[in-house]
Design a protein around this ligand. Structure first.
Ligand code: PMP
Length: 317
């Protein structure tokens, strides 16, 4: 690795505006998994990046901030124009969190079965909601948002997180440099789930540029019907425009049962009360760890378990 590239990248400026709440985005902790790795080679380290430390409690604050600030600086939110996107929860919560202190009206198209925690949080943050057909999932919400924008273009600015380059660019300028710096350039494997694919595309592109030998590992559900909220089964989904299939070195499929089991283990063995997609990513990281002799694996933990409390995952009678 060229040392000067590493140093230059480590000082890359993070370009989020210096508002009080916004300035708390990013620089999330990197936490070493201590007990789940028992029995693995000493020289294999696994670290989780705890994204629920962001102000909106998930990894999506990063792209939401980038998308909002781009829209603001391009003058797209003038004269009370409403900021519109679809979301299955976290991105909507991120937009609403960051939009509230700026007085931006945020409207989210969201499947009506998104879960009571998410809908309550969104309403608490002042988001306006259009509830969409639960059977159509996140794709249905995306279609509804696009239709609303097409019918009323002067009222809405439609952000479209699936095709907006600011989504992956947020990770290129923040998540990637943070991981590089927190591991002192030692990271050898990066593992992230695929939803809009922004996390993997942006962080992966950055890390590949600085550390050409890094392995980028994508995680997705093992089939079209699954409980890994936030993740997409790409072979049977509309592939997000920002996805570049040649970037990941490998894609690991994870079953819902494996992720649920890992959610419980992460709580009891590591003290990490995480969401389902975080657990799915850890399943993939452990799968990887078993196959290598040495390495520093960094895995994204997108959110905590708080938004999944209504689900019968934890056996806590
Ligand atoms: N996990 C959760 C809980 C999410 O909300 C998302 C975003 N949909 C992801 C993973 C995937 O992140 P990305 O959209 O950057 O691929």
């Amino acid at each position: 690795m060229d040392k000067s590239i590493l140093e230059e990248k480590l000082t890359l400026p993070i370009s989020f505006p210096d508002q009080d709440l916004w300035s708390t985005i990013g620089n999330t902790p990197l936490i070493r998994l201590q007990r789940l790795t028992d029995g693995f080679a000493e020289s294999v380290e696994i670290y989780g990046k705890a994204e629920w430390f962001n102000p909106g409690s998930s990894v999506k604050d990063r792209p939401a901030a980038a998308i909002l600030s781009k829209a603001l600086s391009n003058g797209l939110l003038k004269e009370d124009r409403v900021f519109l996107d679809s979301s299955s929860g976290n991105m909507g919560i991120a937009y609403a969190t960051l939009g509230a202190p700026l007085g931006i009206r945020v409207h989210i198209a969201i499947p009506s079965n998104a879960g009571p925690e998410r809908l309550t949080i969104l309403r608490a943050l002042g988001a306006e909601l259009t509830l969409t057909d639960p059977l159509e999932g996140s794709e249905g919400a995306r279609v509804v948002a696009a239709e609303m924008a097409a019918e009323n273009p002067s009222l809405y600015y439609y952000a479209n997180q699936y095709s907006n380059p600011a989504n992956w660019q947020a990770h290129y300028t923040t998540t990637g440099p943070e991981i590089l710096s927190q591991t002192n350039g030692r990271v050898t494997h990066f593992v992230a789930g695929l939803g809009t694919t922004g996390t993997l595309m942006g962080t992966g592109r950055y890390l590949r540029e600085v550390l050409p030998d890094i392995r980028l590992v994508a995680v997705q559900p093992d089939g079209p019907i699954h409980g890994l909220e936030g993740l997409k089964h790409l072979p049977t989904s509309n592939v997000p425009e920002i996805y570049e299939p040649t970037l990941p070195d490998e894609t690991i499929p994870v079953t819902t049962e494996q992720a649920y089991e890992m959610v419980r283990r992460l709580g009891k063995e590591e003290g990490l009360f995480v969401g389902i997609s975080a657990a799915a990513a850890v399943v993939a990281a452990l799968n990887l760890a078993k196959r290598i002799e040495e390495g520093v694996i960094v895995v994204i933990l997108p959110d905590s378990g708080m938004k999944y409390l209504h689900q019968p995952i934890w056996d806590v009678k």
